[in-house]
Design a protein around this ligand. Structure first.
Ligand code: AMP
Ligand code: GLY
Length: 424
């Protein structure tokens, strides 16, 4: 099978790493890819939302399966684009239909879906520019902190958590009437604040059958002790130590099963990953958000633990026969540490030479924002390289990741040194 992976981050390098190990994969392409995927696959320069360019590549390279890494092409309807094109219809796309992708593309839609299918989540109401005054009144009925969410995709920046009521009202006004997050904040969801510890559960589904993949916890803030601005993710560990068997049972019964049943009841075509962001409050799980793809950097710890052939598994998804697959998971823990460019998640410089990669032997180096120029590997994004390690538990795995991250160098390189400390 010839396979195309869409995307260019650590997540996509990890997919490429697993898929390149499969005997079922003949030729592997990544578009646009990075300096890491270049060693495992052929990189193709195109934009992941340029469906016509993707179509041309798929036909030219005789691609049989497309794995969609990021959310944008899914929310823009890449699945439906393939289904509606007679030349592409037979190509297996791993990802939900446009209707399914709305679970990430619209926070309001996700909340309605959860309400409809009795899936536990924070209480909410949504507002538009017309109802901004009602929104302010609703805020007055809540206790601090106040959670405001732009309805649409805002690159992970659309959620504000504010302690002060006056500030929350002002932000609501900015989002709705001044389009603080552009189109994305034309509708704003205001939610009850849930106080607890977060974890993520990944579900692979063909729309009726499902498999629960290993859990993961990511570290979202730039600063140690979970302080400072939100990032795409500064590291991750899998499995999550506090996700006991009993707690996982609650997640499966109260959240995973009703989610898959909801997709079926609403006739939503969904052949891909559901990434469920959860919060544990008094031993009970609540959904914070759905994403319709794998997480980054969660993928860098979840997929390496998967011992089942990934191509065979994804083929079952595409065929609607996921019930026939068996998951084998490595018992060991995996951790990843993300190195980032100085200044990230605000302004940062690119084009710094990265050295020391070849000295890292007993961890896996996953490239995120990198590119190769004249044989040199240069930084090309905020998140640059993730170092994944295995260990008997997360502390042992982290120790290895931290030993190896020190072998890596680029100007103004930064990483968090406190991963896992919140769990000890
Ligand atoms: P989201 O983009 O929906 O995942 O929100 C970003 C982050 O905001 C989450 O990872 C949580 O840390 C936090 N968050 C979102 N919704 C809530 C909530 N209702 N209560 C507490 N924290 C929340
Ligand atoms: N690490 C969070 C995400 O991929 O959305």
């Amino acid at each position: 099978m010839n396979i195309l992976i869409l995307g260019s981050g650590g997540r996509e390098h990890t997919f490429a790493y697993k898929i390149a190990q499969s005997e079922l994969c003949e030729k592997l392409y990544v578009a646009p890819g990075n300096a890491g995927t270049k060693n495992l696959a052929e990189n193709i320069s195109l934009s992941v939302t340029d469906f016509q360019a993707i179509k041309n590549t798929v036909l030219e390279k005789d691609i049989h399966m497309v794995i969609v890494g990021p959310e944008d092409p899914l929310v823009e309807g890449i699945y439906d684009f393939f289904q509606q094109d007679s030349a592409l219809k037979a190509v297996k796309i791993i990802g939900p239909s446009k209707k399914g992708a709305l679970l990430e593309g619209s926070k309001e839609r996700a909340k309605e879906f959860m309400a409809m299918h009795n899936i536990p989540t924070a209480a909410y109401e949504s507002f538009t520019a017309k109802s901004v005054e009602a929104g302010k009144k609703f805020l007055e009925t809540l206790k601090a902190p106040y959670v405001l969410k732009a309805d649409g995709l805002a690159g992970g920046k659309g959620v504000l958590i504010l302690n002060d009521l006056a500030e929350a009202k002002q932000e609501l006004e900015d989002m709705l009437t001044n389009e603080k997050f552009g189109e994305a904040s034309k509708t704003v969801v205001i939610e009850e604040f849930l106080d607890g510890i977060e974890l993520s559960v990944f579900v692979l589904t063909d729309g009726k059958n499902y498999k629960i993949l290993p859990t993961a916890k990511d570290y979202k803030r730039i600063g140690e002790g979970d302080t400072g601005l939100n990032t795409g993710g500064m590291g991750a560990i899998s499995p999550v130590p506090f996700a006991s068997e009993e707690f996982m049972q609650k997640i499966e019964e109260r959240i995973v099963k009703p989610t898959i049943k909801g997709l079926q009841e609403e006739s939503i075509v969904y052949k891909g990953f559901v990434f469920i962001g959860l919060i544990k409050v008094n031993d009970n799980p609540y959904v914070i958000e759905y994403n319709v793809r794998m997480g980054d950097p969660e993928t860098e710890v979840v997929l390496p633990r998967l011992q089942t052939d990934l191509v065979a598994l994804l083929d079952k998804v595409a065929e609607g026969k996921l019930n026939e697959a068996e998951l084998e998971i490595d018992e060991r823990a995996a951790t990843t540490i993300m190195t980032v460019s100085g200044g990230y998640p605000e302004a940062y410089e690119k084009g710094k030479e990265i050295t020391g990669i070849e000295n890292i032997k007993d961890s896996i180096v996953f490239h995120a924002g990198t590119k190769e120029v004249n044989g040199k590997v240069l930084t090309d994004g905020g998140r640059v390289i993730a170092i994944t390690s295995f260990g008997k538990d997360y502390n042992a795995a982290l120790k290895k990741s931290y030993q190896n991250v020190e072998k890596l160098h680029f100007d103004k390189m930064y990483y968090r040194k406190d991963l896992g400390k919140d769990l000890n």
